[in-house]
Each structure stands twice: as structure tokens, then as C-alpha cells.
Write a protein that binds this ligand. Structure first.
Ligand SMILES: Cc1ncc(C[n+]2csc(CCOP(=O)(O)OP(=O)(O)O)c2C)c(N)n1
Ligand SMILES: [Mg+2]
Length: 359
């Protein structure tokens, strides 16, 4: 779809409102029932992944878990907008998306177990390692997109980041380079209104995060981040545009981090409790369930099957991550360079020698 406007729309795109009612839009349409049913099942799975992983963190089975509870529509749409040949570049908050893309749950969560930097093979499902340093994955994503196009492949890259990450230098460098190169990459900003304790108002003076796009010369689009139908339509159109040579796009999803930043955070220290409560009414699963039920598309049988599949994944997480592990500390150095530098070898010897005295 050609985009002749660069400025974002006044209001975020909404196709199904928080009461589950359809909202007409002149540019985007509600995806077909089949796609919405798949999204519903994926939402149920994503919520279960978040709840199960949070419980495992409380039990000490994961070192930390940054939950995307309440942001599941973003997780689901990011994955469903992509084809198998495309690449996903996730952050630490996007474990649900990583697992929905097909990464094994034990391998996918090994980073948060403190066991590996990245426990899965990024090439298997075309999922880059989850980036903890903010925005550092964005220039990498541009490089992958540019290289794919140079090889004549129709690959699109979707890179996720948070509202806080948009203040980083790497965000600027990534978006600027992508626009200059017309690289097929979507920058998907999950604006959940907080960067740990820093609220959006202290993050930027721009009218919206999507407005930043115009400075780079790429379109910016605002979308309701709790409306999976709108997300699928907006991201789907952006992916299609990028695939057919239209260049990059910045998509800002308006959502809310219902959960603490991680299990180690206490949000009552920096935000009012009723703020989170208000967002429960905008829950991404409730509104899609209402819409699909009202339209006679979601049956009890389909809903039960979605829950059963989510429970299967949760059971695999419990059994796979419930066992004790003894990490091999030498692995810290094993995958830094294909040929380790003399300095790295020296550091490894020093660390292993030190550890042999204390353990
Ligand atoms: C370069 C860098 N600086 C600081 C941090 C510490 N840090 C971790 S998460 C975070 C907040 C990020 O907020 P946002 O980008 O909005 O993502 P969210 O956690 O809300 O998903 C910060 C400052 C980091 N990981 N990387
Ligand atoms: Mg944030």
C-alpha cells in the first residue's frame, strides 16, 4: 500500500474498541475471521506464557521476568504480521513473541534463567537474540534488512523497542540509516507509557513517538496497542509496503505495562494504583473475545482448544525450567568471537582461576 503521508494520524488506529464493537476506518479494515481466531488463540497462549514465567520467577526458577501482561496484542501481531522468511528482533520484554514464533520455551527463557546469553539458534526461526541493552538491536535489524535486499531476498525485518528506547542514540542511528537505505524494516515501538519508573511525559516532548518518523523521512503510524485487529492491519500493511520496496515505517502502539517492570520492581512507588486498574478495562483478550463471540465466530469448543494448547505450553515450561541447572561458566567466553582474541583468552584464564578458588 503506498503511503503518501509521513505524519501520523491524529488518533491511534482502532478497529475494535475496548467494548468489543467494530470501528469503521477509511484506510484499514478488520482482518478476516480466520486471522482473528488465530490471533485469539495466540493471545491466550501469550497471556499464559506471561503468567507461567512470572510464577517461575517467583519460585526462583527464572532469575528475572519482564512480563508483557496486558501487551499481548502487540506480541501476537508482531509475530503474525511476519512470514517465515522474515526476521524478528525482540527485546527482553518480548519472550511471548519469541515463543509464539516457535522457539523452544526452555531455550527461549534460558537468558532470563541466567544460563545463556541466547539459548536458541537465531537462524532456526529467524529470531535475533533478545536485546537487553536498549535499542542496540535496531542498527543490527537495519543491517539484516539491507543485506537481505542486496541478496535479492524478499525478507522484511520487524524490530521491537520500548518508549524509553526511543531516546537512545541507537534508535536515531537505526532509523536514519534505514530511511536513507530504504531498508525493508518496521520499527515497532511498544509505548507502554513507562521506562521502569520514567513516565512518557519525562521521556519526550514530541506530540507522539510516531512523529519522530517524519524527521527521518519515513511514515509514522499510531495504533491502539490493545486492539489486535488494528495492529494486524497496520503492521500487515507496513510489512507489505516494505516487502514491495516502499521502505521502512515506524509504528507506535499505545499500550500499558499492567505488570511491574520485572518481578524485582514495585510500581506503587511511582504510579497510582488506579491507573493500572483503568487499563484492565482495555484488556486485549477481553475485547477480541467479545467481538468474536458477538459475531458468532468464537465457539466454546474453539475457546477450549486454545486454552488447552496454552496449558500444554505452560506445562512444558514448568517441566523444562523446573529442573536445576549447573551452568558452565566457561560459556561466558565461548561465544564472544568465532576466534577468541588473546585478551579474551587471558580474561577467561583469570576468571576461571579466580572461580576455582571461591567455588
Ligand atoms: C542502554 C541501556 N541503558 C539503560 C538500561 C537499563 N534499562 C533496562 S530496561 C529500561 C527501561 C526501558 O524502557 P522502555 O524502552 O520503555 O521498555 P519497557 O521496559 O517499558 O518495555 C532501562 C532504562 C539498559 N538496559 N540499556
Ligand atoms: Mg516502556
Amino acid at each position: 500500500m503506498p503511503r503518501d503521508r509521513l505524519l501520523p494520524t491524529e488518533a491511534p488506529v482502532v478497529l475494535i474498541d475496548h467494548r468489543g464493537a467494530p470501528v469503521p476506518h477509511k484506510e484499514y479494515k478488520v482482518p478476516p475471521d480466520e486471522a482473528l481466531l488465530a490471533a485469539h488463540a495466540a493471545l491466550v497462549t501469550a497471556r499464559r506464557v506471561n503468567d507461567q514465567a512470572s510464577a517461575l520467577a517467583k519460585q526462583g526458577r527464572l532469575a528475572v521476568y519482564p512480563s508483557s501482561h496486558g501487551q499481548e496484542a502487540c506480541q501476537v501481531a508482531a509475530v503474525q504480521a511476519l512470514s517465515p522468511q522474515d526476521w524478528l528482533f525482540p527485546t527482553y520484554r518480548d519472550s511471548a513473541a519469541v515463543l509464539l514464533r516457535g522457539v523452544d520455551p526452555v531455550q527461549g527463557l534460558s537468558l532470563l534463567r541466567g544460563e545463556w546469553h541466547c539459548g536458541y539458534d537465531p537462524y532456526e526461526h529467524r529470531v535475533a537474540p533478545q536485546a537487553t541493552p536498549l535499542a542496540t538491536q535496531l542498527p543490527h535489524a537495519v543491517g539484516v534488512a539491507y543485506a537481505a535486499r542486496a541478496r535479492g531476498e524478499a525478507t522484511v525485518v520487524l524490530a521491537i523497542c520500548g518508549d524509553g528506547a526511543t531516546s537512545e542514540g541507537d534508535f536515531h542511528e537505526g532509523l536514519n540509516l534505514a530511511a536513507v537505505l530504504r531498508a525493508p524494516v518496521i520499527f515497532f515501538v511498544q509505548n507502554n507509557r513507562y521506562a521502569i519508573s520514567v513516565p512518557l511525559a519525562r521521556q519526550t516532548a514530541a506530540p507522539s513517538l510516531a512523529h519522530k518518523a517524519i524527521g527521518y523521512g519515513m511514515p509514522g503510524t499510531r495504533v491502539d496497542g490493545n486492539d489486535v485487529a488494528a495492529l494486524l492491519a497496520v503492521l500487515g500493511a507496513a510489512v507489505e509496503r516494505a516487502r514491495t520496496g516502499g521502505g521502512p515505517e515506524l509504528v507506535e502502539a499505545h499500550t500499558y505495562r499492567v505488570a511491574p517492570h520485572t518481578n524485582a520492581d514495585d510500581p506503587s512507588r511511582y504510579r497510582a494504583q488506579d491507573e493500572a486498574t483503568q487499563w484492565h478495562d482495555r484488556d486485549p483478550i477481553t475485547r477480541l473475545t467479545t467481538y468474536l463471540t458477538d459475531h458468532g465466530v468464537l465457539t466454546e469448543e474453539l475457546s477450549g482448544a486454545a486454552t488447552a494448547r496454552a496449558e500444554e505450553l505452560a506445562a512444558a515450561m514448568r517441566s523444562g525450567l523446573g529442573a536445576d541447572v549447573t551452568p558452565d561458566l566457561a560459556n561466558l567466553f565461548a561465544h564472544v568471537y568465532s576466534t577468541p582474541t588473546p585478551q579474551l583468552i587471558e580474561q577467561e584464564e583469570l576468571v576461571l582461576d579466580e572461580l576455582s578458588r571461591v567455588i
